[in-house]
Design a protein around this ligand. Structure first.
Ligand code: PMP
Length: 318
């Protein structure tokens, strides 16, 4: 399904009509993968739409840019404000998925040109349902990919850069070709890393396990949220190296991600996990996650950034 277009995209400091937010085919990022981006969600809450962990996502965008020495010509506060503006000016009161992207644009060609190409920044938002579909509640069927994740000191997994998603495409394409909903990548050392676009959790004997950040994964914001919710409800959370077979022997397994939210996994490589349904701890953490993001439970960590839908209309560039 094509992206359901909204009216405006914030592009280099101005709101422009959706169809006019375009770039030159010789833009650096298109050839060399030099973009950094975020996936952020805004939810409808009883007090109006709120962007979940906006400041943390913006921080990660700047951190990703820092690794690649991409200098964003805006402050974090400007990018936060721009995201609120994109929600408000597009009337996305029912919530939305936000996609900020910053990239080396059109200038000199070459991997490391003498003159730095300009850095372009865009932010779009649209209504987007759950990434892995409704089956997320019953549990999805996944496989371990024959493609491993990027090795340490090759392409940094903690930076959310466009080029990283070549690894994700290989893992995801293989999984879909084999009839699975998603694929899991192993780290270079053979231990479990993450899904093509999600972090991974497992439950064994009431303990919550997830691979540590040295295992070639994105330091997911949903991962951190779910770890916080788990600890808050008295569960023990262990970050550690997870051998592949521990996936098959888990009582429960689930993915986390901004797009995916909290999605149960019911089988890996055709091996049933637990009783083959979403497990009770997954269900509890999923419910706690939705209550938090939808403003139905106390925002004890201050993670909801409310959007004023009646903010004055911004100037729109032609
Ligand atoms: N890993 C990868 C490779 C991802 O693309 C994502 C989605 N951004 C995640 C994990 C989950 O990260 P987050 O919870 O911050 O969305």
């Amino acid at each position: 399904m094509p992206i359901p277009a909204t009216k405006y995209i914030w592009f280099n400091g101005k709101l422009v009509p959706w169809e006019k937010a375009t770039v030159h085919v010789l833009s650096h990022a298109l050839h060399y993968g030099s973009s950094v981006f975020e996936g952020v969600r805004a939810y409808e809450t009883p007090r109006g739409p709120a962007i979940f962990r906006l400041r943390d996502h913006t921080r990660r965008l700047f951190d990703s840019a820092k690794v690649y020495r991409i200098n964003l010509p805006y402050t974090e506060e400007q990018i936060n404000h721009a995201q609120r503006e994109v929600i408000a000016q597009n009337g996305l009161a029912r919530g939305a998925y936000l996609r900020p992207v910053a990239f080396r644009g059109y200038g000199e060609i070459g991997v490391v040109p003498k003159i730095e190409p300009p850095v372009d920044v865009a932010i779009a938002a649209w209504e987007w349902a759950r990434y892995l579909g409704a089956a997320e509640d019953e549990g999805v069927d996944v496989c371990v990919s024959s493609w491993q994740r990027v090795a340490p000191n090759t392409i940094p997994a903690m930076a959310k850069a466009g080029g990283n998603y070549l690894s994700s495409q290989l893992i995801g394409l293989e999984a879909k070709r084999l009839g699975f909903v998603e694929g899991i990548g192993l780290s270079a050392d053979g231990t479990v890393s993450e899904g093509a676009g999600e972090n991974l959790f497992l439950i064994k004997d009431g303990v919550v396990y997830t691979p540590g950040i040295a295992h070639s994964l994105l330091n997911g914001i949903t991962r951190h949220t779910v770890m916080s919710l788990a600890k808050d409800s008295g569960l023990e959370v262990r970050e550690m190296a997870i051998p592949r077979e521990m996936l098959y022997l888990a009582d429960e397994l689930f993915f986390t991600g901004t797009a995916t939210e909290v999605a149960a996994i019911r089988s890996v490589d055709g091996i049933q996990i637990g009783n083959g349904k979403r497990g009770p701890i997954t269900q509890k953490l999923q419910a706690a996650y939705f209550a938090l993001v939808q403003g139905k439970s106390p925002d004890k960590w201050g993670w909801l950034d409310y959007v004023d839908m009646n903010a004055p209309r911004a100037v729109v560039a032609g």
